[in-house]
Design a protein around this ligand. Structure first.
Ligand code: FAD
Length: 319
């Protein structure tokens, strides 16, 4: 039976949901095991077990929090040499990508980035041509690493799962791996639901004409309640909104119940990040805009006139 590892990134005991998504999938393919490093790692063993990890390897060494990537890559490489997993999976976060790249060089291992699905440790799916085509990729070599996009799988606890075996990692972190030190952490202030988790996402594009008009989307999100605001890369690059808003190939993947695209053309690089939405509503003044090809409901017209009407309508229906 294949042994598949999932690196469980966490922040002081709050696990990154992508780890739970990947565990949910890989537990169907073999023995799923998780690795949790850094302070608070012991607090997440339960949730990792619930999502399919039979064994969780844990180290609470503060070096994993204080120094970037190298201590984790070292310990993972040493552990992988001892345990020989068939595949090591990561979620596509900044820190995990950094660790995975270093780990790939250290082992050495075949590394597959931007993974979307997996059939076996040797066969993984990814998107090419900006998400136009999904292709199978065969991974060769004894050591393999895959980095999965967020939301590739739906996380589901396994009701039959027992408590995982928790194993303390007995590998020292050498001083020569303690080079790039994290000197400060900055928590981005956020109000309302997270873009990746909101049931309704309203994204704006260049069709909103100017940054101040993004306020219309905030107002619509507030009127609906529980909605988050996203954006295209065009407006992020123009500095209208921060990068955290970006949906698409080089931004976030969202799969809300309802996605409202406002003044967005529907370029493939944007679509790849939102096409899994259950219902797509598009507002665009150009009836030929590609976004209408995938929309369940299309409104042809000026967003600056339609969105205020929508806000009033939502407010009046909600009373
Ligand atoms: P445009 O394509 O300019 O579309 C604006 C739309 O607004 C048009 O359809 C227009 O008809 C409509 N419009 C104009 N005025 C109004 C109005 N008053 N009312 C209603 N509609 C109006 N893009 C992403 O979004 N996410 C990514 O992650 C991403 N990654 C990329 C990675 C690479 C390597 C590359 C090359 C590109 C990437 N892009 C990404 C950019 C992408 O190709 C498009 O350029 C971008 O998505 C276009 O953004 P837009 O729809 O806001 O702008």
């Amino acid at each position: 039976m294949a042994k598949i590892w999932v690196y469980a990134e966490h922040q002081n005991g709050t696990v990154d949901p992508t780890a739970l998504e990947i565990l949910t999938k890989v537990r169907t393919l073999g023995d799923a095991e998780a690795i949790a490093l850094g302070q608070g790692a012991s607090q997440i063993t339960g949730v990792l077990g619930e999502h399919g990890a039979k064994t969780v390897y844990v180290s609470e060494d503060a070096a994993f929090d204080d120094f970037i990537a190298e201590p984790a890559a070292h310990v993972l490489a040493e552990l992988a040499k001892q345990q020989s997993p068939d595949l090591i999976c990561f979620g596509m976060t900044y820190d995990a990508r950094d660790i995975a790249g270093r780990l790939s060089a250290k082992l050495p291992a075949t590394l597959m980035s931007n993974a979307l699905d997996i059939e076996s440790p040797e066969l993984i799916k990814t998107a090419i041509f900006g998400g136009e085509r999904i292709v199978d990729v065969s991974l060769e070599g004894d050591q393999k690493i895959a980095i999965f996009r967020a939301k590739s799988f739906a996380p589901e606890p396994d009701t039959s799962a027992g408590e995982p075996t928790v194993q303390q990692i007995d590998i020292a972190v050498p001083d020569e791996t303690k080079r790039a030190k994290r000197v400060e952490r900055h928590e981005e202030e956020a109000s309302g639901p997270k873009l990746e988790e909101a049931p309704v996402v309203i994204s704006g594009g260049r069709g909103l004409q100017e940054p101040d008009n993004f306020k219309l989307l905030d107002d619509l999100a507030a009127a609906i309640g529980g909605a988050a605001v996203g954006a295209t890369r065009a407006v992020v690059d123009a500095g209208w909104v921060p990068y955290a808003y970006q949906v698409g190939q080089t931004g976030k993947t969202v799969k809300p119940s309802v996605y409202i695209a406002v003044g967005i053309s529907g370029a493939t690089q944007h679509v790849v990040g939102m096409k899994g939405s259950k219902k797509i509503i598009a507002i665009n003044k150009d009836e030929e805009a590609p976004i209408f090809q995938m929309a369940d409901l299309g409104i042809v017209g000026d967003a600056l006139k339609i969105v205020p009407q929508l806000i009033e309508e939502v407010k009046s229906r909600k009373g």
